[in-house]
Ligand binder design. Structure first.
Ligand code: NAD
Length: 333
């Protein structure tokens, strides 16, 4: 049986195990391989998950190693240290790059055709590092980016407007982190632009106070959750499952994944989130950035922060090429 294989590196941890659970329930994969340095805990997760198999679609769920990643269609990486209370995502960078220097070559030595989906933080820098360490084209190395932040933004707007969050079209772009940019200028519900008309605020659109509150709640959500329960893992598990679904079902979904963004002369080429079309080839194309001037300037600031950090930790400068060509870029190019 060929079927679809998804490997999860870091599966002994909270995000990896939660993603595996969401993936198993979705029925998208025939084989889910759990890899982690913590062998015993990973075996425990595999046993616990697999005992639920009679209640979902048939699949094999087991603990494995890098040899088992050889045929994986997608390798999701959540391995690394998690944020501690008071610690920013960028504080984690040196520690997690060192971990990536071990695990990405261990995967790509055995697998030439898969798609790497990076979730560990800081996700933009680690997606850049994974692209560099893998030697794979940009299209096949993507990060979960602001897919989670966009979901938080949509959830908060749905609550504010008393509407189903699935009917809210709104994006957070840029860094998955402190400099992220909620794109209010294009936030819509039922075709209404929320800056022009809001079902709750009225015909003048969302007030500056409402915008400030929702933007702040979106960008500080992870800190608030970590302060209360020590980690975030359910929503990110579902966000990663949604990205995997778009890949495996060749959906052409527009998702704000972290990828090589080279679309604007005013910011340096960096890995961060822009609206991207995700399908069986990974990132298949990027959509033009639809923002106002203020948002564009905020994105340029976000890009500069990440660009400087990538340089400071010794990552190579990605090429400045047209968007279409950027997806074929490899570190050697
Ligand atoms: P965790 O500590 O529970 O799990 C991390 C796992 O990585 C552990 O099981 C650990 O054994 C494993 N690991 C460490 N070094 C390894 C190595 N060399 N090889 C294989 N496995 C290794 O942490 P968590 O709460 O699951 O978070 C995981 C990562 O996801 C963190 O970096 C966190 O910041 C990030 N995260 C990202 C998002 C997002 O939206 N991108 C959201 C939440 C958390």
């Amino acid at each position: 049986m060929k079927g679809v294989t998804v490997a999860v590196v870091g599966a002994g941890g909270r995000v990896g195990a939660t993603f595996a659970y969401a993936l198993m329930i979705s029925g998208l994969a025939s084989r889910i391989i759990l890899v982690d340095v913590e062998q015993a805990r990973t075996e425990g997760e595999a046993m616990d998950l697999s005992h639920g198999l009679p209640f979902v679609r048939p699949a094999e769920v087991r603990a494995g190693n890098y040899e088992d990643c050889a045929d994986a269609d997608i390798i999701l990486v959540t391995a690394g240290a998690a944020s501690r209370p008071g610690q920013t995502r960028l504080d984690l960078v040196a520690r997690n790059i060192a971990i990536y220097r071990e695990i990405i070559p261990a995967i790509t030595r055995r697998n030439e055709k898969g798609i790497l989906l990076i979730v560990s933080n800081p996700v933009d820098i680690l997606t850049h590092a994974a692209w560099e360490l893998s030697g794979w084209p940009v299209a096949r190395v993507l990060g979960s980016g602001t897919v989670l932040d966009s979901a938080r933004f949509r959830t908060l707007l749905g609550v504010h407007c008393h509407l189903d969050s699935r009917n809210v079209h709104a994006y957070v772009l840029g860094e998955h982190g402190d400099s992220e940019v909620p794109i209010w200028s294009r936030a819509q519900v039922g075709g209404l632009n929320l800056l022009e008309q809001c079902p709750t605020c009225g015909p003048a659109g969302c007030s500056p106070e409402v915008r400030e509150t929702i933007s702040r709640q979106t960008s500080t959500a992870a800190y608030e959750i970590i302060q209360r329960k020590g980690a975030t893992f359910y929503a990110v598990g579902l966000a990663a499952r949604a990205i995997v679904e778009s890949i495996l079902r060749d959906q052409d979904s527009v998702l704000t994944v972290s990828t090589l963004a080279v679309g604007d002369d005013r910011f340096p080429p960096v890995f961060f989130s822009v609206p991207a079309v995700v399908n069986r080839s990974g990132v298949s194309r990027l959509l033009p950035l639809a923002t106002n001037e203020e948002e564009r300037a905020a994105l340029a600031r976000s890009a500069t922060i990440l660009h400087d950090l990538a340089r400071d930790v010794g990552l190579i400068e990605p090429p400045r090429v047209p968007w279409k060509a950027s997806l074929a870029s490899t570190p050697a190019a």
